[in-house]
Design a protein around this ligand. Structure first.
Ligand code: ZN
Length: 237
């Protein structure tokens, strides 16, 4: 396989639809090929950035209106000899054009909002907090014996009713991103337990988001030092 073949697969890799053996081959390639490695890192960064909903600040429209007004004022000639220009309809068109240019600029800013990495969302708590909340849930659910103590744990709640098909998909997807299924969700116990390497955790969470809204309390990837993260996923409304 050539570099271009690997690069074509990145899209599927990051949306979690690439078959496990291909995903593994891609991971191996990007760890040894510098060019593809960079592209892979960029892709990952971008996917993480767009995974969060875009929030346009409430004050944005007001700021924009002020900026347009200010710019229009700045462009108005002040010398008395230019007064007649104001009365010229063509001048009004010019001001309109300035406003349009500013609107384009504003659209550009919105676009930057979209691609630039967001601040850590509030639903992500720190590793230390996580360790306790995740562990607490594992103990409550009687699953704590399945994970080593002091391990990195997280909890995610998928806000949909238990469904056999959904539970099956959750397990399948966990395996396909290279995770382990430690406990399958079932009708009487609608919570599943998975083990992931930290670098694939975000793919799994992104997959969960395709099934329904997710409330998550997950370790920040950069803060994880262990080689596995244990995640309990509860299904419920
Ligand atoms: Zn390559």
């Amino acid at each position: 396989m050539e570099c271009s073949d690997y690069r074509e697969q990145m899209d599927e890799y990051f949306t979690g639809t690439l078959e496990a053996h291909r995903a593994k081959a891609l991971e191996e390639h990007v760890s040894t090929c510098e060019g593809c490695g960079h592209e892979f890192a960029d892709f990952k960064h971008m996917m993480e950035a767009v995974a969060e909903p875009i929030v346009v600040p409430v004050a944005f429209k007001d700021e924009l209106r002020r900026a347009v007004a200010k710019e229009a004022k700045r462009q108005l000639p002040t010398a008395p000899s230019f007064v007649h220009i104001f009365r010229n309809p063509f001048f009004k068109v010019l001001i309109g054009a300035t406003a349009a240019a500013l609107l384009l600029l504003a659209a550009g800013l919105v676009w930057f909002e979209l691609i630039l990495p967001k601040e850590t969302p509030v639903t992500v708590v720190t590793y230390v907090e996580d360790q306790s909340t995740g562990m607490e849930r594992l103990v409550q659910r009687g699953l704590s014996q399945l994970v080593p103590p002091e391990s990195a744990t997280g909890a995610a709640k998928l806000l949909i009713r238990y469904d056999d098909a959904v539970a099956g998909q959750m397990d399948e997807q966990a395996v396909s991103v290279g995770g382990e299924v430690l406990n399958s969700a079932n009708r009487s116990q609608p919570f599943a337990l998975y083990a992931f390497s930290p670098d694939v955790l975000s793919f799994y969470v992104n997959f969960l988001k395709t099934l329904g809204p997710v409330e998550a309390s997950l370790p920040r990837i950069g803060s994880i030092t262990s080689d596995k993260v244990y995640v309990i996923v509860e299904l419920g409304k």
